[in-house]
Design a protein around this ligand. Sequence first.
Ligand code: LCS
Length: 393
Amino acid sequence: MDTTDKGFNSKLIHAGMFDDQFGSATVPIYQTSTFRFRNADHGAACFAGESDGYIYTRLNNPTIDSLEKLVAELENGYRGIATSSGMGAVNTIYSAFLQQGDHMVSTDAVYGPSRVVMEKHYSKFGIESTYVDTSDAELVRKAIRPNTKMLYIETPSNPTMTVTDIREMVSIAREHGLITVVDNTFCSPYLQKPLDFGVDIVFHSITKFLNGHADIVGGIIVSRNKESDDRLRPMMINLGCNMDPHQAYMVIRGLKTLSLRMDRSQENARAIARVLQEHPKVAWVKYPGLESHPQYTLAEKQMQGPGGMISFEMKGGLLAGKTLMNEVKLCMLAVSLGGVETLIQHPASMTHSKMDKGAREQSGITDGLVRLSVGIENLEDILADLAQALEKV
Ligand code: LCS
């Protein structure tokens, strides 16, 4: 069925579906590594791109195809490329568009490994990078060099919840002929569609809100046009970071409830952020739905809602943060985010503990910072759990 003129929720249910032999109501899982050719000519035609037949699952697979079409429609893009993880997507993008002598400008508080892989590994191949607070356009302009090729944004950023003006970044990038990339993991296309603002490439850790059930790891890249897709797809195939058909099926299943899950998680998050903001043991709360958020007006304009992620600072620093982690019961002490269950973590003693304290604090990751991924449980239960844990700090 052609779903291009349908609403977002209808797309979640029907986009990317194809008619199989038995009229299955769900996308079948083609759990195969390879596909049988009808004869030698058919095999040759598949390799020559003259037949839409499948060849080998690292290259393409009907179940994975279905997910790629679905997410491309949700993001208003040309086509999706599913990857084995969000980091698979990051590496496919870096490798496809950057080469020796190139330079990239990026958000300083990006997801740690997206920065680590660039600074530790791509630097070995002569690729340079500069990390700045991309919510300040002047800093972005100053960081651009003659050899800059890519402007890579994460908004809201993980875990600092800083919001970057995507339209402004596109305008700067166009002045300098840079390719623009947005990590849309924290919002999902339900809350933010970067391609609509003129961005070239959007991607997700599909592990998070898109799948939403904390049971798979994956990624997806969506390009604005065929030209970008033609550079990215062969890179994904040759890096070998393809998604598995069963993983793709799980994500298609999870995606059906994306808007319902996000609405509920966001409703809970709005209420929790307000309660935390008033709590005497909390120094500050950073949530795009609070007027106290530095980019509140921008978030209102750019995002269809503030989402389900909250960062807050405990007054007692490192010890207070750790104590809170030890006292929560319903809120699960775990990394990752975007699932139906509320997850809590303390970056300074966990995800960012290996980072130099100076660099960490410069990126806004302070000792008392706590990150909360709000789930869809009963609001009063999450609030009661946080209240009893805060009481013990
Ligand atoms: N981009 C963002 C914004 C992320 O939060 C993550 C993972 C990735 C990319 C990488 O995706 P993955 O390879 O894990 O699918 N974020 C994590 C986090 O905050 N805690 O654990 C993983």
